[in-house]
Design a protein around this ligand. Structure first.
Ligand SMILES: [Fe+2]
Length: 96
């Protein structure tokens, strides 16, 4: 997780403010969400196997929140911002 957060910091430092940076930050946020989804999924399995029903319920609730956040990020990723980023990137490096 520290690596993912550091990666986000590098994105902010290395890419100038604009649609390309926005897209890269959305990508970074989705990496974090997917990491959390994997972790909560594994913890739910362990809690279920150990008979920790309350912990399992709480973890499942959190997992649903993580999935909802991921869906919101999917919505952002498929919105206008991706098209703007592609146009901005094309201006920086013309397609070959
Ligand atoms: Fe999250």
């Amino acid at each position: 997780m520290e690596g993912l957060v550091a990666e986000g910091g590098e994105t902010i430092e290395e890419i100038e403010k604009g649609p390309v940076r926005d897209v890269m930050l959305i990508v970074g946020a989705q990496k974090v969400e997917h990491y959390e989804i994997a972790a909560y999924g594994s913890l739910i399995t362990l809690a279920d196997q150990l008979g920790y029903a309350d912990a399992s319920r709480q973890l499942k609730e959190t997992l649903q929140e993580e999935k909802a956040t991921d869906e919101k990020l999917n919505g952002l990723a498929t919105s206008e911002v991706n098209r703007q980023a592609l146009e901005a990137a094309a201006e920086i490096e013309p397609a070959q």
